[in-house]
Design a protein around this ligand. Sequence first.
Ligand SMILES: [Zn+2]
Length: 82
Amino acid sequence: MTERRCAGCWQIKDRKDLIKITNSSQGIVINPNSYTFGRSVYLCYNNSCIESAFKKNKLAKFLKAPVPSELKGYLLNELRDN
Ligand SMILES: [Zn+2]
């Protein structure tokens, strides 16, 4: 089991229970395939972790890249579909 830490709540969880956000050469990618490389951040599939990651530009700091503001809405929408 591959374990990763959520950037929102700092809990360690199984990789498949987390959203992966990668700053790749193609820009910010959500749950990229295994051929996409770059600085990555993991988040739980829950609203409070997503909200917390967007506070004080935390996500952008982790990724070392500007994060489009519509990304938050996109992630919250993804959750609704699951
Ligand atoms: Zn979390």
